[in-house]
Structures are given as structure tokens and as C-alpha cells.
Design a protein around this ligand. Structure first.
Ligand SMILES: Cc1ncc(COP(=O)(O)O)c(C=O)c1O
Length: 397
């Protein structure tokens, strides 16, 4: 996508504005750029021209209610992985019919809860979950409009995954729904998270469609989730236009008109989020700069715990700065936990106490995966649109 690199020059990274935000809301601070988020939503939406397409934001990546409302206002629905995702979606004002659930391993009370909330599209992960759902529905007045689907497990295309139902089990699933007087009308394909190779999706479309056609009452296809984001700047990005073109062409060839659900997570939200933090101390180990900042891996676990890369820049940094003016730098959190690195071997100018760093592209799996490990409170979250800013989640104390 062209838009995400513009952010290097974005107002957020001008030191004065970053200073203003940290002086008002404190440091560290999650900052979301509403303009970038809206641009990304538009970019993804326009890429798929198939008319019966509904986008659902996968809120596993970021459950901030104010951000969910931006998706809702843009006409997207919500994709829920858990009852908690649904709860937040309802808080954000989504109608239950705008929520698609595709999770795993709900107990009786949880399954009953999501049905009572009125969620009408459920992609179930196992025969046992389908059975449980049908049993609960048998005890209730069935909702007028309920779409039951299966999550697909087909190792050739879904890899070695614990998720889903193999096509060999479809007949057992159909027996259960028929006995309950229900239809099995959907197939959900999810190929795992964070793939930037567009062909990884386009080359499996035929197989997914052929598999879905084994369901006699097939009405909708939910095609994930899992679309990547180019965290390595100037790296390969997922090509939404190519994906949209190929998927639309193949679905248009079908005799029956199906509904298409797309549930992007990180692809939609990663690029709009930045974690600002202040430099607390600095030292040198030979040629390497060791910078201590006032945040920790518990506030942003992905780079350190899960091995992901997030670009770090300084807010004072002059974009024209030459490579020779930078130094190999480790950015370390404010604990002595051995993995408390926010970034390793970054190229940064010499930093001083009080300087501000910006960890980019943390909108997905950032705050959502933060924890109280290390007993540091979670940062505040702020939404910025041009120079307007507002608190969207309070800092913990
Ligand atoms: C079913 C499902 N859909 C979508 C997502 C979001 O994935 P991504 O951020 O890779 O798009 C997830 C993530 O766990 C998921 O389990």
C-alpha cells in the first residue's frame, strides 16, 4: 500500500506534537492515527468489487471500542474470536447481525450467551461445538435468521492446524444440523496469520470453493483473516487489488450467488498504531548504544516474545539523516527481564534522556496482547485525527 509510508512525515513524529501528547497523556502512550485507519479501511474495501461482500474487522487484534466504532461507521461488521470480542462489539454499537463469530472451544454457558446476544453467523470449529450449538438451539426459540458454518481444516491449504473440521467430517456435521432442522450454509477458511504473499491466498481459492460446494445448502464463504502487513518497511506487502480481482472473478463464475465475508485483522489496523515512549537512560557497550525507555515488553509483547519486527524511529529524527550518523542500538524496556527488548540492532542516532522514540505499526496485537506480566501498568490510548486528539482508554495506575 502506498499510504503507510507517508506516515514517516506525519505530524505525530514531529517532536513538538509527540511532546504535546506525552505531556497531556503521559508516557508510554499508544497513539492511533484515525486518518490512516480510515484510508486503510477504504483501500481494502475498494479492492474487492464482488457486490455481496461484507467486511468484518477481526477485533482479536485490537478491541478498543473507539476504534471499533470507526470500522462500524465505515460500514464494516465485526469478526469475533471470543465472547469477549462480541461484548466489545456490542459496546461499540454493532448490531448482533453485524457480528460474525468464528472461535473455538466454548463451554455451554458461553455458547448460550452468544446465541442469547443474537449473533446470527457462527463458524464452528468442531463437530462437538456444532452439536453443542444445536442442542442449545433446540431448547430455545430459534432465531429467524441463523447462519451456521464450519471452519475448514484441510492440511493441504490450512497447514498443520488445530482449527476446523475436515471435509471427511462434513457428513457427520450435516446429520447434526438436519436433525436439528437447521442448515449448514457456510464455510470459513483461515490460513493462519500474517502472510504477505498474495499467492498464498489466490492459489487456494479454487480448492476452498470446491470444498464449500460439498455443502448442499452453501450460501456464504468466509475467506479470513490472515492477510499480512509489511512491517519491514519497503518489504513485500499483501496485494489487495490482485486478491480482490482473483477472488471476485472466481466467485462470479459460480452458478449460485453466495455472500462473501472478509475479516481482516492486522492488515486493517497495524499501520495506524504507534507506541510512543521516552528515553530514560542510555549507555554504550563498545559501538552499541543501549537505550532504556519507559515502556516494556509487557506493553508490547510481539517483538520480543513472538519474534516480530517493529520499526523504531526517534521523533526528533531528521528524515534526511545519513546512515553514518546513526548507531546500532538496542531499545530496552524498564525491567531486568532478559527478553525486555522493544527493538534490537536498530539504526538510530545518539539518543539523550528525555528524547521520544516511536515504535511503529503496533495497532494490531499491540495493546490487545499487553499484559500485567512484570507488574507494569498498561499505557493510555489516544486517537489522533489531524491535530485533534482524544483519550480513548485511560492509563492504568
Ligand atoms: C478466525 C480468525 N479470523 C481473523 C483473525 C485475524 O487474523 P489476522 O490479524 O492475521 O488477519 C484471526 C486471528 O486470530 C482469527 O482467528
Amino acid at each position: 500500500m502506498e499510504l503507510e509510508r507517508e506516515k514517516i512525515n506525519h505530524t505525530l513524529f514531529q517532536n513538538k506534537f509527540a511532546e504535546e501528547l506525552l505531556s497531556i497523556y503521559g508516557s508510554p502512550l499508544y497513539v492511533y492515527d484515525g486518518v490512516i485507519l480510515r484510508q486503510t479501511i477504504e483501500h481494502i474495501t475498494k479492492a474487492i468489487s464482488y457486490p455481496h461482500t461484507q467486511f468484518h474487522f477481526a477485533s482479536v487484534t485490537n478491541g478498543n471500542v473507539a476504534l471499533l466504532q470507526i470500522f462500524r461507521d465505515a460500514g464494516w461488521g465485526l469478526h469475533a474470536n471470543t465472547p469477549g470480542d462480541i461484548y466489545l462489539g456490542l459496546e461499540a454499537g454493532f448490531h448482533p447481525s453485524q457480528i460474525v463469530y468464528s472461535g473455538s472451544n466454548l463451554n455451554h454457558a458461553e455458547m448460550e450467551q452468544i446465541l442469547d446476544w443474537g449473533v446470527t453467523t457462527l463458524n464452528l470449529d468442531s463437530i462437538a461445538q456444532l452439536q453443542l450449538c444445536c442442542e442449545i438451539l433446540a431448547e430455545k426459540d430459534q432465531p429467524n435468521f441463523l447462519r451456521l458454518g464450519l471452519r475448514l481444516n484441510l492440511p493441504e491449504i490450512t497447514g498443520d492446524s488445530r482449527i476446523g473440521v475436515h471435509p471427511e467430517e462434513f457428513h457427520a456435521a450435516l446429520n447434526i444440523t438436519q436433525k436439528a432442522g437447521l442448515k449448514l450454509s457456510g464455510l470459513h477458511f483461515y490460513r493462519g496469520t500474517g502472510t504477505n504473499a498474495t499467492t498464498a491466498f489466490t492459489k487456494v481459492i479454487d480448492t476452498v470453493i470446491a470444498t464449500a460446494q460439498q455443502l448442499p445448502d452453501w450460501e456464504y464463504l468466509d475467506f479470513g483473516g490472515g492477510f499480512g502487513y509489511p512491517y519491514h518497511h519497503r518489504g513485500i506487502a499483501f496485494d489487495w487489488e490482485e486478491f480482490g480481482r482473483e477472488l471476485t472473478a472466481k466467485i462470479n463464475q459460480l452458478e449460485r450467488k453466495i455472500d462473501l465475508i472478509i475479516e481482516p485483522g492486522r492488515a486493517a489496523i497495524a499501520g495506524c498504531g504507534t507506541l510512543l515512549a521516552r528515553v530514560i537512560s542510555g549507555k554504550w557497550q563498545g559501538n552499541k548504544q543501549i537505550v532504556g525507555v519507559d515502556t516494556t515488553v509487557a506493553n508490547l509483547s510481539v517483538p520480543s516474545v513472538h519474534g516480530g519486527y517493529r520499526e523504531i524511529i526517534t521523533c526528533q529524527q531528521n528524515p534526511q539523516i545519513s546512515y553514518s550518523q546513526t548507531h546500532i542500538t538496542d531499545i530496552c524496556g524498564n525491567t531486568t527481564y532478559s527478553r525486555d527488548y522493544l527493538g534490537k540492532n536498530c539504526q538510530l542516532p545518539a539518543l539523550e534522556i528525555g528524547d521520544i522514540i516511536a515504535i511503529l505499526d503496533v495497532g494490531a496485537y499491540g495493546y490487545a496482547m499487553s499484559s500485567h506480566f512484570l507488574h507494569r501498568p498498561k499505557p493510555a490510548e489516544v486517537l489522533v485525527e489531524d491535530y485533534e486528539h482524544r483519550l480513548i482508554r485511560m492509563r492504568e495506575d
